[in-house]
Design a protein around this ligand. Sequence first.
Ligand SMILES: *Cc1c(COP(=O)(O)O)cnc(C)c1O
Length: 389
Amino acid sequence: MNIIEIENKHGAGTYAKQPLVIVRGQGASLFDADGVEYLDCSSGHGVANLGHANLKVAEAIYKQASTLITLFETFPNDKRAELMKKITSLVNGLDKVFLCNSGTESVEAAFKFARISTGRKNIVAAMRAFHGRTYGSLSATFNKKYREGFEPLVPGFSHVAYNNIEALDKAVNKETAAVILEVVQGEGGVYPANAEYIRAARRICDERGALLIVDEIQTGFGRTGKLFAIQHFGVTPDLLTCAKSLAGGVPMGAVLIGKNVKNLTPGVHGSTFGGNPLSCAAGVAALTVMEEEDLPGQAAAKGEYLMEKLKKIESPDIREVRGLGLMVGIEMKQKVVPYIKALQEKKIIALNAGMTVIRLLPPLVITYEQIDHLVDVLAEVLSIDSIAD
Ligand SMILES: *Cc1c(COP(=O)(O)O)cnc(C)c1O
């Protein structure tokens, strides 16, 4: 049996598998078993911000793996302390951190912290939101596609229109534990928040004693042109969830915690793998690379360059090009799966976001030549008018 057949036979069946085996990566490139190069514009949904096979991260992993891989958080550790110090220096006012292993776990932790902190039950989320696939985060996720068949979900969750201050104002009251928002909705179709909306969310939460959670799992670590997308707006949330590119590709999640969050005492939450020295070492290395190579600055400059070029593509099928930094959506007038397939045939790996949006999340180290190539191929593919089914 070949690799694809084995995965199809033994995988749980929960993924729509591509007919393409990837065995290696370098920078913004991925390679198949025959050495054919693909330009990765997905970064594993925003994980590989540093590019693939970053040497500094690889060295840190090797070094830590041969020193100490695992240690429960009850025992302090040099690498964990280093990571904690570094990650809590990134956002003014978020001085504490809970470490876990994935995005959804960081969202679950944030919800537990919001409830234990406020003594309230309700969470207000946004329509089109994606926060993960375990029960708490799934309850905050909006799209039926993820929710249907899994009810009953967690009680206390409601959804309001995104970027609509009035709707949020109506929904948040004295029983609201927290509001959770993405700063740019990712899975929902690459919709950036308005500055006024994010500022109003902060004000509304403050007025009613609710906590503001921002989910930066996809927008974090340079993706949008700032280290965190919320920093475009000068707003500090009470809880900030992150994961994806935090540890350069090694599984790791974190919740950054502000001073309004109370009652976090021993036993309130925990994680066997959370804060393990291996992930922490990878995290320290990844954050150091982000800083040294100014990846947020690179994303800002390259994102602007890419968007400008994309806006010049003349195709009657493009409805809108939008995004922030290197988180870019091309909304089409028809379904995008055929475009994604055509791109892949031309050795470009892109994502969809919903039915009609092509989503580009390249590694932030993508070169300008690679961006030019991407735009050339997109221009070609997007002007094929027989492509839609
Ligand atoms: C990917 C993602 C999650 C879930 O992260 P997992 O690591 O897959 O659990 C949650 N929120 C947002 C905004 C995401 O992009």
